[in-house]
Design a protein. Structure first.
Length: 326
């Protein structure tokens, strides 16, 4: 999923204090665990909101620090794997959470919107150096990354956020798990013909599907869905990270507005927590890994609640291949 599509599909997590001017990435310097100053202390169990304590009367380390606070268990997360994780970030001496996944569940009413990222790929939520620290860690671990905003965020630092390049940021990241899926993977099987009034889908190997809107048929006012290929994998549960290929077109003119195939292949997002448009949450939770799902989403379940979106008035048609979960 490209960054434009992520902004369209996702009710995104709170990017910390608008720190990033673009997809976050760090500088080219390597992380260094050697310290000549203080390092924040992190308490609490992995999976629960951490407490960050700044040592008193101590200047922060002059070098970027990467530290495993709590080791996990199982298979280490590898490069290119998709990983679901929690994170938080604070400024040294600021004593305030600037953003993160625990922010969404602060009232106890809303589900926590966890990040779903691919190791080694640009992220809109985590700097490259912070995400890279997850590689080699095991699920259930807790990782601290501490360094200056200039080193960790680099040229993408938004200084209008009130954070300067010299300010020290403390990130705590809890990876839940990793799953490897080939970027060119796609669902296999005999495809069912479209149900009455549904668009026709012509799937092409490793490229965006061709979706044809039925002539003379009005756009439905309620969510419509059809499983075109039935998979035999596990059911998708709310809160999981879902790995997929997708193609989306507008019902009104049949024009494609995006496809994972146009942006490097398989992508991932958290499902069932309001992290994506409601039509995806309603239409994909409960489906199976290996399913190819056709969704017709009215504006009310798409971008209708966001008048500024260029797709706010459109009925959206998606074909989604469910490749895995994490």
């Amino acid at each position: 999923m490209n960054h434009t599509m992520k902004r369209r599909l996702a009710a995104m997590l709170a990017v910390p204090a608008l720190l990033f001017t673009a997809a976050a990435c760090g500088s080219d310097d390597g992380n260094n665990g050697d310290t000549s100053g203080g390092v924040a202390e992190v308490s609490g169990k992995a999976g629960a909101k951490p407490e960050i304590t700044i040592p008193k009367d101590t200047d922060p380390s002059e070098k970027t620090v990467v530290k495993t606070v709590t080791p996990g268990s199982g298979t280490a997360i590898k490069d290119s794997e998709f990983v679901r994780l929690d994170w938080t970030v604070e400024k040294w001496g600021g004593d305030q959470q600037l953003g993160g996944t625990w922010t969404d569940a602060a009232t106890g009413d809303a589900p926590r919107r966890q990040a779903v990222e691919q190791i080694g790929k640009p992220s809109q939520q985590l700097p490259e150096k912070v995400l890279d620290a997850v590689k080699g860690q095991k699920p259930g671990s807790r990782i601290l990354v501490q360094g200056t905003a200039g080193d960790l965020i680099g040229e993408n630092l938004n200084t209008a956020s009130g954070i300067s390049a010299d300010d020290v940021l403390i990130w705590v990241v809890d990876p839940v798990g990793g799953t490897a899926v080939d970027a060119k993977a796609e669902v296999k099987g005999e495809q069912a013909p479209p149900a009455a009034g549904m668009p026709e889908v012509e799937a092409k190997p490793q490229q965006a599907a061709t979706i044809t809107i039925p002539k003379g048929v009005k756009a439905p006012t309620e969510l419509k869905e059809q499983v075109l290929i039935k998979g035999d994998g596990k059911k998708v549960e709310a809160g999981q990270g879902l790995i997929a290929q997708y193609t989306g077109v507008k019902w009104e003119d049949g024009k494609k507005f995006d496809s994972s195939w146009d942006h490097g292949g398989a992508t991932a997002f958290q499902i069932g927590t309001g992290s994506v448009v409601e039509g995806w949450d309603k239409g994909l939770v409960g489906k199976n890994v290996g399913d190819r799902v056709l969704l017709v989403i009215p504006p009310a379940l798409g971008y209708g609640a966001n008048p500024s979106s260029e797709l706010a008035k459109n009925t959206l048609v998606f074909v989604v291949d469910i490749l895995g979960t994490v």
